[in-house]
Design a protein around this ligand. Structure first.
Ligand SMILES: NC(=O)c1ccc[n+]([C@@H]2O[C@H](COP(=O)([O-])OP(=O)(O)OC[C@H]3O[C@@H](n4cnc5c(N)ncnc54)[C@H](O)[C@@H]3O)[C@@H](O)[C@H]2O)c1
Length: 346
């Protein structure tokens, strides 16, 4: 029986994806160096639920030999392992590039040279479109909205020109382009998801990445939150179950989707401002959240909403979980079923 490889499989998205595949009876192999604080807990949870149906390789995508071994015998690869924070990339651009770009090339080469080449799905980011300074916005009703009615209704499509910004945007963006090029130059079956903000259970959000979970963790601890910018910035948040569904649909249609990149997020119906999310958290915790304000951070987008029509048309996918319900589900997971691990700096 073939095996599905998930690099970064102990992380937030990887754990949700691995669990879904294992529940459906597939064999899963995870390659992860456990560098993200808290993810050992995800791995323990997966191992307790699924025992030896789950293969685990603790290792680094920068290690070519390790990646080559992990790819061996895989029918499909979900390549998720990454240095995931813009902030860290600004502090350590070389390390960011080594993991995100060189690690991705290691993976692509291992796939290209494999006797039976697996297909690959790569998790890129909306940051490849830059900070969108050329999208005029108005700020009203606690949120930013584009003046262009087309953009306001549909969001940002894949036709938007690439404008890598911040070392993280550059390393993920370059990896995104290599993924597509390996389809064109070498005939690999690769597909790219340019993802907006994903949230849900198994997410150990910090100030640097995973803001919905970070906000909830802080609120549950009764600690103040720092808002960078006005709080009226808007994102189309996507509940992780909907993302996992999209990933499986993409794998199912990989031969027709190969060589294409898709914008994936909650879309216009799930566009929320930071202040909207804080309101929802206050309803759920029944307590006010205390806020501190700081200046915008480098590369921050004031507004980003994905136009997901291309992927919807190709696969029939549509996000189902509304932010109201998804935030409640994450709140339930964080407050009920577990403690936030001590190692998680928030
Ligand atoms: N969560 C989001 O909102 C979001 C948005 C856009 C794109 N993405 C992308 O989706 C992917 C998954 O994100 P996530 O939120 O699950 O992040 P995560 O940090 O929870 O998961 C990433 C995993 O990769 C592992 N890892 C890091 N460096 C590694 C290395 N050198 N070798 C092997 N493993 C390594 C970490 O230990 C972690 O388990 C990433 O590629 C990220 O860039 C996420």
């Amino acid at each position: 029986m073939s095996v599905v490889l998930i690099t970064g499989g102990a992380g937030f998205v990887g754990t949700n994806l691995a669990d879904r595949l294992l529940v459906e009876g597939e064999r899963v192999r995870i390659l992860d160096d456990l560098s993200r604080p808290g993810v050992e807990e995800n791995l323990r949870w997966l191992q307790q639920r699924h025992g030896d149906k789950l293969q685990v390789e603790i290792g680094d995508v920068r290690d070519e030999a390790m990646v080559e071994r992990a790819v061996r015998g895989a029918s499909h690869v979900f390549h998720l392992a990454a240095q995931v924070a813009v902030t860290t990339s600004l502090e350590e651009p070389m390390q960011d590039a080594a993991v995100n770009l060189r690690g991705t090339l290691n993976l692509l080469e291992a796939v290209r040279l494999a006797p039976r080449r697996p297909s690959v799905l790569f998790t890129s980011t909306n940051k490849v479109y830059g900070a969108l300074p050329d999208v005029p916005l108005r700020e009203a009703d606690d949120r930013c909205t584009p003046l262009d009615p087309e953009l306001a209704i549909h969001g940002i499509s894949e036709h938007r020109s690439l404008q890598f910004c911040t070392p993280y945007g550059c390393s993920k963006g370059a990896a995104d382009q290599y993924m597509l090029d390996y389809a064109h130059s070498f005939g690999l079956a690769t597909v790219v998801f340019r993802m907006s903000c994903i949230y849900g259970p198994h997410q150990f959000g910090t100030e640097d990445q995973g803001w919905v979970a970070h906000f909830l963790i802080r609120a549950l601890r009764g600690e103040p939150l720092t808002i960078y910018g006005t709080g009226r910035q808007v994102r189309d948040i996507l509940f992780v179950e909907d993302l996992v569904e999209a990933m499986l649909l993409a794998r199912g249609s990989i031969e027709t989707l190969a060589g294409r990149a898709f914008n994936i997020g909650g879309g216009p119906r799930s566009a929320v401002s930071l202040l909207d999310v804080i309101d929802r958290i206050e309803q759920l915790t029944d307590a006010p959240v205390s806020l501190a304000h700081e200046k915008w951070r480098t590369g921050d987008q004031r507004w980003y909403v994905s136009d997901t029509r291309a992927f919807g048309a190709a696969t029939g996918w549509t996000p189902r979980v509304r932010p109201r319900d998804g935030i409640e589900a994450l709140h339930g997971w964080l407050s009920g079923e577990r403690d936030v691990p001590q190692g998680v700096a928030i």
